[in-house]
Design a protein around this ligand. Sequence first.
Ligand SMILES: NC(=O)c1ccc[n+]([C@@H]2O[C@H](COP(=O)([O-])OP(=O)(O)OC[C@H]3O[C@@H](n4cnc5c(N)ncnc54)[C@H](O)[C@@H]3O)[C@@H](O)[C@H]2O)c1
Length: 336
Amino acid sequence: MFQDKTILVTGCAGFLGSWLSKTLVERGAKVIGLDRQYKPESMIHDVKKDAELIDGSVEDLDLLLRIVKDRNIEFIFHLAAQSIVGIANSNPLDTFKSNIEGTWNVLETARQLGQTSDLKDRRLRGIILASSDKAYGDQEVLPYIEDAPMQGRFPYDVSKSCADLIAKSYAISYKVPVCTTRCGNLFGAGDLNMSRIVPDTLWHVLRGQPVTIRSNGKPVRDYLYIKDAVNAYLTLAERMWNDASVHGEAFNISNQAPMSVLDCVDKILEVTGREDLKPIIQGTATREIEEQFLDATKISAMLGWKPQYDFKAGLQETVGWYKELVKGKSDMASIS
Ligand SMILES: NC(=O)c1ccc[n+]([C@@H]2O[C@H](COP(=O)([O-])OP(=O)(O)OC[C@H]3O[C@@H](n4cnc5c(N)ncnc54)[C@H](O)[C@@H]3O)[C@@H](O)[C@H]2O)c1
């Protein structure tokens, strides 16, 4: 399906972006990547010979217009964002610019180009915006379903609530062919965001140290293996390509097996055989929602997507990559 298709991946050098780009290249797509930072350890470098990688920001509307127009982009995976909750808390303006302005720029590009041609002749067949479970904010009803209101309160959460709503507005008002995806915590090889719980725990445990948990260990979250997430994104893209009736829809992506931070760390200790390294529980995290997890009935019913991995199976495929990463590094700050 993706053979010879021209596809823009924003945030291509990030965790999900590098996996999606690699998978699209393997399926014969012509990938154009856009990112403002290419860390040396990013997996995107594995495909740099087979993809066009552009250095730039989604905050630059002119650049986006040029890329989409000049290269005849057929589909956009819009993943670029300030994705770290802690950084968003200390840099709200930068976060809002990347996550909200960046999103309206991508959508505005599609709107402006769409006005120049008939709907049926449009070359751009779809946009998937990476929203998040955080876009829901705190909800009384769990698991979250797609119809729940977007009501983030903290900076990252609000940036995703806004981006998600703006996407809906462009879909309804201008027939921009966009869908949003909402996941919990993704994990797998290639995630260089070392403050996230899975990379942080692996980094410490593989160096023989206990990890420090900032929360009280009780917050409950979804954990989805990256290959399942990539598969969900591509399944949705295929459907959007041929079926305009799904445009404007939001989809939760989840394996529906939420667990607490402590359970997550315990499973990592078990898989790595280091149950002796009991975590240090700091209990200092603020602005944390106690429980959030997603219902995935819609994506399974409408698109037939189902996860293939449970947490331990995904982790077993992940550990080797972090062993290699840890080997060459003495300091986590050299990555983050
Ligand atoms: N990883 C998760 O657990 C998770 C869960 C839910 C939603 N998401 C969303 O999925 C997307 C991808 O997540 P990820 O884990 O790959 O994050 P990531 O931080 O690894 O990648 C994001 C990439 O976007 C780039 N970027 C940020 N601002 C930019 C800008 N203004 N212009 C160009 N590039 C910019 C960064 O340099 C980075 O390479 C994000 O939108 C994130 O919010 C991620």
